[in-house]
Design a binder for this molecule. Structure first.
Ligand code: CP
Ligand code: NVA
Length: 329
């Protein structure tokens, strides 16, 4: 498997074999890290990390992974560069491509990261756009596989806003890898019909299935993985909160949902999560709309079925695999 020089923009661009290869490589790097085996084979190289939206996991994963691989990093924060304000994406790409061996981009439209990749001349990695979050998918697949021992045939139910980066990306990865994906949410939050059709094509090859349902009982029954994400994503306007809470409250992950899924089920969330009011935004919105927990109850979040911190750790190992594979470590 040779992924040298490839961009990592969406899993639509990768075959099932390539995706599994990256998960395998991440598992190898995880093992090396746990055993203290050095793997700094990219010494002397440097990568740029562009964040037009904030981050904890993705930024730290890229930085720690790069340092473990022996590389230098430069972080460009949402306000500290010329990008998009005084300098176009194409010009930025051509400048950074002269200095760095790879570029990570987190921000808004997918077209921006595509434009960056078009002009950079070095691999570009998508650290989250409005449409996709592909590095998160590798971490999720590693976590599911570590727990169940396999991916094919796993039933994954996604609850909440299924027409944004997380819902889209989970549907793609499940369809590619022969998993059973269900979006369990209000109709207006179903993934885009064109993307569903494209995933149906992948599913024909892999044996996956795709189900869209508004029925919580049917949608979560027997699910191996119950997955959710925040109801209001980064960059969305304040006005959407009220409608989201109204429409998505029936799709909150509760103990009843987990019990309906069954004792074998695990809970995943890309994080950050509103499972209590111990955050500034959670507290403000909670007071305004009278809630104490949003997309998942604290009880589920803190339960034994919740593997969210294994999942968060796996961001680093999987991002390391992406950097290593595309830069030829
Ligand atoms: N899951 C995820 O991407 O987390 P951050 O926003 O903290 O990077
Ligand atoms: N849907 C969320 C994912 C965060 C990792 C967002 O875009 O804010």
């Amino acid at each position: 498997m040779d992924l040298r020089g490839r961009n990592f923009l969406t899993l639509k661009d990768f075959t099932p074999q390539e995706i599994v290869y990256l998960v395998d490589l991440a598992a190898e790097y995880k093992d090396k890290k746990k055993k203290g085996i050095p793997h700094d084979t990219l010494r002397g190289k440097n990568i740029a990390l562009i964040f037009e939206k904030t981050s904890t996991r993705t930024r730290c994963s890229f930085e720690v992974a790069a340092h473990d691989l022996g590389m230098g990093t430069t972080y460009l924060d949402p306000s500290g560069s010329q990008i998009g304000k005084k300098e176009s994406i194409a010009d930025t790409a051509r400048v950074l491509g002269r200095m760095f061996e790879g570029i990570e981009y987190r921000g808004f439209e997918q077209t921006i990261v595509e434009e960056l990749a078009k002009y950079a001349g070095v691999p570009v990695w998508n650290g989250l756009t409005n449409e996709y979050h592909p590095t998160q998918m590798l971490a999720d697949m590693l976590t599911v596989r570590e727990h169940f021992g396999h991916l094919e045939g796993i039933k994954l139910t996604y609850m909440g806003d299924a027409r944004y980066n997380m819902g889209n990306s989970l549907m793609i990865v499940c369809a590619k890898l022969g998993m059973h994906f269900t979006a369990c949410t209000a109709k207006e939050y179903f993934p885009d019909a064109a993307l569903v059709a494209q995933c149906e094509e992948y599913a024909k090859q892999s044996g996956a299935t795709i189900t869209l349902t508004e029925d919580v009982d049917a949608g979560t029954k027997g699910a191996d993985v119950i997955y959710t994400d925040v109801w209001v994503s980064m960059g969305e306007p304040e006005e959407v909160w009220e409608e989201r809470i109204k429409k998505l409250s029936p799709y909150k992950v509760t103990k009843a949902v987990m019990d309906n899924a069954g004792a074998q089920s695990i809970f995943l969330h890309c994080l950050p999560a509103f499972h209590d009011l111990k955050t500034k935004i959670g507290k403000e919105q909670g007071e305004k709309y009278h809630f104490t927990e949003l997309e998942v109850t604290d009880e589920v979040f803190e339960s034994k079925q919740s593997l969210v911190f294994d999942e968060a750790e796996n961001r680093m190992h999987t991002i390391k695999a992406v950097i290593a594979a595309t830069l030829g470590a």
